[in-house]
Design a binder for this molecule. Structure first.
Ligand code: ADP
Ligand code: MG
Ligand code: ZN
Length: 589
């Protein structure tokens, strides 16, 4: 359907030499302000919108880092209306192109898209409109733009600008890399005179640098907006009965409001949606395993109906513009701070108080570390995933303001916000060196003395002195560290293990995620390193678990005198770091 003519050079003069009459879409408005009022009905520009638009209208390039909901779309839509020609927008979200185009058409903007969902007839209709100079804005999927025939087709019309939305997809370091985006570096060479704008809500310095260099935007004006979203309250709670916790949160704080709940697997999404629905909330599942019609219906109910909760994998939400989402909840630990910040940024676009709620527990850490170990790809790729996870864990375990941590991650300084969970209820930190030593020494003893490795649950049973069938089977009640940790509850121990994993004093190994010592852990064992932990709010344990309350001294005294002495000494001086009991000496661990 394209002109297959030879080596069409780019730009106006070229197409003219081929004998195509150029019918550039004429400017629709003389000024940006006029377009803002007439088309979008807004009073004034927000933040740096006006400066960004000026830059594009004047023919310059721009890189725009602006949080979700900041108003990035206008930054390329308005210049497309003010400049001659058609604004070509690259967007990775085929599912959303239709919505965006519909919204523009409803405002009287002549918009269309080209992607793989169209048949040949639809495509050629769009192509003809573009060539005839009848389109203000054309959305194109990135994989289309890399094909030579698309490039030749674009040469037959006039391009007002290129907008590369969700530009972080070009970053291999980032969390959402799409190989098709790499080919966008060619735009600069092929159309050197067409202004380009790259936009993203991901703002780490590494991603920013990668966008600039990979898209050849070194000479572009850089616009970095304030990333703070002061109306969002960040809250991270230790995970117990996560669905019940979620239900409590929603019904006490947002019983009739719209929200998004994110989970990592389809299974979690399905079960969580069922659970909430069974308790009277309007909750709908959304994941890539559902057919397109169901997903479209869910998305449109979410946008149009009040109080819908979408329970989704990360397949949902990018580019969705709903101003009154009151909460974004995560029932699984997100894989990166970037992803988390983008997802939570979908709450409260209207500026009203909203909540970002995350439940996070030991299993999240174990699972994600295991997934990283098993992930295909090279060492560099696993290192990247691991660095992303570490930053996420640091956010979860911080005893300081969540917002300071988050914005710091994006290279922005902030004062404690007074609104997040840690500001409102400052968590205490405590010296967890001794409990850490108890657990680590259990891990090491089992491995050395019995060549056995276990996951967190069984190890906690051992240090708490819990008599389970497995403990009996393997005579773990004869282990020297059996029962020495009965002073902490099971959930406290889970918090300890989780934080040891987060701090990489413990690591998971193999397909069962058994726990093993790290070099850092060995330092702790030999008394060379202090472990500072975050104190968790205590929860009552379930009756079945606490049926038998073992006390340390009961089980312990008989078989390890040395250990008992050490333990007694430790109890006497519980608060003091220096009191490293003798039982933890494993010099060459
Ligand atoms: P982003 O792409 O940065 O996440 P959008 O472009 O989707 O954000 O804009 C978010 C919301 O803000 C939209 O509802 C949009 O219409 C609105 N908006 C953008 N600019 C303005 C403005 N200058 N005045 C009022 N509302 C605006
Ligand atoms: Mg957007
Ligand atoms: Zn805070």
């Amino acid at each position: 359907s394209f002109d297959e003519g030879v080596g069409a050079p780019s730009g106006l003069s070229r197409a003219a030499t081929q004998g195509h009459p150029i019918r550039a879409t004429p400017p629709r408005f003389a000024t940006a302000g006029e377009a803002l009022h007439t088309v979008f009905g807004y009073e004034s520009f927000r933040g740096e919108q006006a400066a960004i638009i000026d830059q594009l209208v004047g023919g310059g390039d721009a890189v725009v880092l602006m949080p979700t909901g900041g108003g990035k779309s206008l930054c390329y839509q308005i210049p497309s209306l003010v400049r001659e020609g058609t604004g070509v927008v690259v967007s990775p979200l085929i599912a959303l192109m239709q919505d965006q185009v519909d919204a523009l058409l409803a405002n009287g903007v002549r918009a269309a898209f080209l992607n793989s969902t169209q048949d040949a007839a639809e495509r050629s209709r769009v192509e003809r409109a573009y060539i005839a100079g009848e389109l203000d804005i054309l959305y194109v999927a990135p994989e289309r733009l890399s094909s030579e025939s698309t490039k030749r087709f674009l040469d037959r019309g006039t391009i007002a600008l290129f907008a590369i939305d969700e530009a972080h997809c070009v970053s291999q370091w980032g969390h959402d890399f799409r190989p098709d985006y790499l080919a966008l570096s060619e735009l600069a060479e092929r159309w050197p005179d067409v202004p380009r704008i790259a936009l993203t809500a991901t703002a780490t310095e590494a991603t920013h640098r990668e966008i600039t260099s990979r898209l050849r935007l070194e000479g572009a004006a850089q616009f970095v907006a304030d990333f703070d979203r002061p109306n969002i309250q960040y809250r991270i709670v230790p995970k117990a009965e996560v669905r019940t916790q979620l239900l409590d949160f929603i019904t006490t704080e947002y019983p009739t409001d719209a929200g998004i709940v994110y989970g990592l697997s389809r299974n979690t999404v399905e079960r969580t949606a069922e659970f909430l629905s069974a308790r009277g909330l309007k909750a709908l599942p959304y994941h890539a395993g559902l057919d397109a019609a169901t997903r479209a219906a869910t998305q449109s109910r979410f946008l149009r109906e009040d109080g819908i909760i979408v329970v989704a994998t990360i397949a949902f939400g990018m580019g969705i513009d709903k101003p009154d989402v009151r909460f974004v909840a995560h029932v699984d630990l997100p894989k990166s701070v970037e992803g988390y910040y983008q997802e939570t940024g979908r709450a409260g676009r209207d500026g009203l108080p909203s909540t970002a709620w995350l439940a996070y527990g030991l299993n999240d850490v174990v699972q994600q570390r295991r997934m990283i170990d098993e992930s295909p790809g090279d060492l560099a790729h696993r290192r990247k995933l691991s660095a992303h996870l570490d930053a996420m864990l640091a956010l979860c375990e911080t005893v300081q303001c969540r917002r300071v941590n988050l914005l710091g991650y994006f290279g922005q300084r902030a004062e404690p916000c007074g609104n997040c969970d840690t500001c409102l209820t400052p968590p205490e930190s405590w010296d967890g060196t001794v409990p850490a030593q108890k657990l680590l020494s259990t891990v090491v003893r089992l491995q050395r003395e019995r060549n056995q490795r276990y996951g967190a649950g069984h190890l906690i049973d051992i240090v708490r002195g819990k008599q389970t069938p497995r403990v009996t089977q393997f005579s773990h009640d004869t282990l020297a560290t059996w029962g020495i940790g009965s002073d902490l509850s099971e959930s406290q121990w889970r918090g300890v293990v989780r934080q040891l994993l987060a701090q990489e004093l413990l690591k998971t190994e193999g397909e069962y995620g058994t726990l093993a010592l790290t070099a850092g852990g060995a330092d702790v064992l030999s008394g060379g390193r202090t472990v500072i932990l975050r104190r968790e709010p205590e929860r009552p344990e379930r009756a079945s678990r606490s049926a038998r309350k073992a006390t340390a001294a009961d089980d312990l005294a008989v078989n390890d005198v040395e250990l008992f002495e050490a333990l007694r000494a430790w109890r006497a001086e519980q608060a003091r770091v220096q009191s490293v009991p003798a039982y933890i000496v494993f010099g060459d661990a």
